[in-house]
Ligand binder design. Structure first.
Ligand code: NAD
Length: 418
């Protein structure tokens, strides 16, 4: 059960309030930014393999579309709540603004446990979701994408269902698709790549030798696995000392071969038991004495309970909402530099935006072009936020809010909404 203190939407509002106060924001604009513009709650009857019909609950939240069509992932998770989806939709709004792409923020979710569902059940659930939310999504309205426990295959089914509804192909309505049906090169590792570009820029500022830095990755899915391998590929950093997933973690102070670890996880479905490592808990991983910590799982893993024990110099938040506001203050006061979620993990939506652009042109870029464009966007966003941090002497999360909410507010004013 989520307490109010750990309710992600309350946290998102609290973060916004703090930034709005610093900017002395017009109360009407502030109030408009505190709530989602639209949301849809759906029930989804699905025929299960045993012949019974099960009804799932789903959501789609369009938080703010002043800067362009809303965009944001779709989660399949047993603990999904509307407030989590609202928070994630708010963070998508700030995320698209911080990287300055012409989109708003949205998010979706279905309460389900995909680990217990067959491929056929997942396909029927995905298609049913599009039958319901099809009325509110579209290239110029709202474009879903993958998130926790949703895959390129799920995006392909959803894009196809939308095609049957409309009677024409509109691949850009869903991003994170497999390459043969309009996916973008470079989308699979974009979230982690964007985060590693931020780490690269920050290491220069903090004068940290990135190649010799030690790092740990909590959560070993899409974001975490690529963070582990790209640290080496981009920065030459080989000292991955710990990784974890929902079952637990492993540690080796001498370093873990990231490529081998990914292979092991794919083959066995877990990180536990990787040769040469000792088992540690997720909690222990977070408190390791490393240079860089990548929280890459779910919300609220760094709280007032463990913030004081965090020893990393840099916390690069690939996950959304891993740090509570109380913990943020503790980390900032300890001199730990947090690269906040909606900046650090913005590479995913940035390449999703590139995917939409390519779908619309019906012409596709090669990988080096995608990487170069992503690097430009992430580097510019990182430095805009860092400059704001220096100017206002605030923590980096609030600095990122200052950049983003001013951009959204400016457009709302220009449109005459506020
Ligand atoms: P994923 O489903 O591929 O992986 C999630 C991983 O987290 C899995 O390894 C799972 O075992 C692990 N996990 C779950 N609960 C855990 C726990 N309590 N402790 C440790 N590990 C746990 O998901 P993903 O796409 O990698 O997303 C991870 C985070 O990154 C989420 O917060 C998501 O919102 C965020 N994110 C992802 C993308 C993207 O493009 N994939 C983009 C932006 C943000």
């Amino acid at each position: 059960m989520t307490t109010d203190k750990h309710n992600p939407f309350k946290i998102a509002q609290q973060q916004l309030d703090e930034a709005a106060k610093i900017l002395d924001m017009d109360p009407g604009v502030h109030a408009a930014l505190r709530e989602p513009m639209r949301e849809l709650h759906v029930s989804l009857p699905v025929k299960m393999d045993n012949g019974e019909t099960k009804v799932f609950k789903g959501f789609r939240v369009q938080y703010n579309d002043a800067r362009g069509p809303t965009k944001g992932g779709l989660r399949f998770h047993q603990d999904e709540t509307i407030d989590t989806v609202r928070a994630l939709a708010a963070w998508m709004t700030w995320k698209t603004a911080v990287v300055d792409i012409p989109l708003g923020g949205g998010k979706g979710g279905i309460i389900c446990n995909p680990k217990e569902m067959s491929e056929g059940e997942l396909e029927r659930l995905s298609r049913q979701y599009v039958r319901q939310v099809g009325r509110m999504i579209g290239l110029r309205k709202d474009c879903p994408a993958p998130d926790v426990y949703t895959t390129p295959q799920i995006m392909a089914w959803m894009m196809d269902e939308f095609y049957w509804q409309k009677g024409y192909n509109e691949p850009g309505v869903i991003t994170g698709k497999p390459l043969p049906i309009g996916g973008s090169k470079g989308r699979n590792d974009a979230t982690a790549r964007g985060g590693v570009y931020c780490v690269r820029e920050l290491a220069k500022i903090l004068d940290i030798d990135a190649a010799n830095s030690t790092f740990a990755v909590q959560g070993f899915g899409n974001a975490g696995q690529y963070a582990a391998t790209l640290m080496d590929e981009i920065l030459g950093a080989k000292k991955l000392v710990a990784v974890s997933d929902s079952r637990g973690g492993v540690y080796n102070p001498e370093g873990i071969n990231a490529q081998e670890m990914v292979k092991f996880k794919l083959e066995t479905g877990k990180v536990e038991g990787f040769p040469g490592t000792k088992a540690i808990t997720n909690e222990e991983l977070l408190e390791l004495d490393v240079d860089i910590l990548f929280p890459s799982a779910l919300e609220n893993c760094i709280t007032d309970k463990n913030a004081d024990n965090i020893k990393a110099k840099i916390v690069a938040e690939l996950a959304n909402g891993p740090t509570t506001p109380e913990a943020d203050k503790v980390l900032h006061n300890k001199g730990i530099y947090v690269i906040p979620d909606f900046l650090c993990n913005a590479g995913g939506v940035t390449v999703s935006y590139f995917e939409m652009v390519q779908n619309n042109m019906n012409y596709y870029w090669e990988l080096p072009e995608v990487h170069a464009r992503l690097d430009d966007k992430m580097t510019a966003a990182f430095h805009a936020v860092h400059e704001m941090r220096e100017k206002y002497k605030v923590d980096t999360r609030i600095a990122a809010y200052l950049v983003s909410i001013q951009r959204v507010a400016e457009v709302m004013k220009l449109r005459g909404w506020v």
